[in-house]
Design a protein. Structure first.
Length: 413
């Protein structure tokens, strides 16, 4: 049976259920990420509010690490496992090719399309179709310890990547902290996001106009050489090669780093005395740029909510997605993840108490660089992750490592 027949059958069954058992309960299985952006408590609270407003619908929310999210979505298709899934901006090409997510273009009205940030739609759109609703609009920011900068004689965070090294060296030389820089450079997608951020600010690109790898020259090569140089110079915490984002937050919040690159969720947590030893001394700015090239750097780390094609409860699933992604709900939970709605950025309830975060986001969200849009992205990312790790461990030069990754990725296309 093809996808069209499955969907038609599901709709017919839904209509029968509505006419014959209008009050029957429906249980939705939803898959989320237990990492960055909204916390588990946020998601549980949102879900409880949805259930209270929709007494006939129950939701089982499952949270897994980002690293497990993709495979959970793919493997669940054979077992009809989920009705709602959270997915990364780099996956729609693959999911569309293999028909893993519903095309919900007809469900999104003109008012919604106009109200959501233009850049947020790239999260769920592929080949002219929408495969869900954007839910997390996020990028990586530069976090800095204001007290450490002041002690080193700086009154503002670095505006360029070279200035970052200069300030980090001054902080190290003064003995303020041993390793001023901390990153999430483990062999994972986290390292790709950091690399993309630096690459974008140095004028690099992943693919050329013909879709061929281009990251092994120009700004892409400059980015990896920069990363390696901060390790060689003793400015970057060497454990960064094993760290994920929560490790970065832990190190920065314990006062063991002057600078950190991380997602927006870290701002309010690092400023919370219950979570951080440096609360009150946390600054946030767009990631630096490069003189003559860019004023800021950013990676598109946004995520969307979609409906697996094999869900038996598509109508209820869409109702849940509409609730979670609504402007009202997102504005209410705008501390760890900022809304996807343009109007939210002038809403005093969203801005109050986190003005620096919102201001940085206005700049960064407007210049987000994409990771490659390709159906084989997971395999391409794995090849590039290995290249980054080899260069950072000194097993290969940055040029050789990127050339090898480029050759591997070319063979996938």
């Amino acid at each position: 049976m093809n996808i069209k027949n499955i969907v038609t059958g599901a709709v017919a069954m839904g209509a029968l259920a509505a006419s014959g058992a209008a009050h029957a309960d429906v249980t939705l299985n939803a898959l989320f990420m237990a990492q960055a952006a909204y916390s588990e408590e946020n998601i549980r609270d949102m879900t409880a509010q949805f259930e209270a407003a929709n007494p006939g619908i129950k939701v089982n929310a499952e949270l897994v690490p980002y690293e497990a999210l993709h495979d959970k979505i793919v493997l669940s298709q054979s077992a009809n496992g989920y009705d709602v899934v959270l997915y990364d901006v780099v996956w729609p090409a693959e999911f569309a090719q293999y028909q893993l997510l519903e095309d919900v273009s007809s469900r999104i009205d003109d008012k919604t399309r106009a109200g959501v940030l233009d850049g947020a739609w790239t999260t769920v759109k592929y080949d002219g179709a929408f495969y869900g609703m954007p839910w997390i609009a996020d990028t990586k920011f530069l976090f800095y310890n204001t007290e450490m900068l002041k002690e080193a004689g700086f009154d503002a965070p670095p505006a360029t990547w070279e200035e970052l090294k200069t300030q980090a060296k001054a902080i190290k030389d003064k003995g303020i902290v041993e390793y001023p820089l901390v990153w999430s450079w483990s062999q994972s997608e986290a390292a790709i996001c950091d690399y993309t951020t630096i690459l974008s600010g140095m004028g690099g690109q992943f693919l050329d106009a013909d879709g061929k790898p281009a990251f092994n020259s120009g700004g892409g090569l400059d980015a990896l050489e920069y990363m390696v140089s901060t390790l060689d110079d003793g400015l970057t915490n060497p454990n960064s090669r094993e760290y994920l984002e929560e490790d970065v937050r832990r190190v920065f919040s314990s006062g063991q780093a002057a600078f950190a690159l991380n997602w927006g969720y870290m701002y309010n947590l690092a400023n919370d005395p219950a979570e951080s030893q440096v609360a009150g001394n946390v600054g946030i700015a767009p990631a630096p740029g490069t003189d003559g090239v860019s004023k800021a750097s950013a990676v598109n780390g946004s995520m969307g909510l979609g409906i697996p094609t094999k869900s038996d409860h598509k109508e209820e699933a869409w109702k849940y997605i509409e609730f979670l992604t609504s402007e009202k709900v997102q504005d209410k939970f705008a501390k760890l993840s900022l809304p996807v709605w343009e109007a939210s950025y002038s809403n005093p309830d969203v801005i109050k108490g986190q003005e620096p975060f919102v201001e940085a986001a206005k700049t960064s969200l407007a210049v987000m660089a994409p990771r490659p849009t390709m159906a084989s992205y997971q395999e391409a990312s794995a090849a590039l992750q290995e290249a980054l790790q080899n260069a950072m461990l000194g097993a290969s030069t940055p040029k050789d490592a990127l050339d090898e990754a480029a050759e591997t990725i070319s063979d996938m296309q």
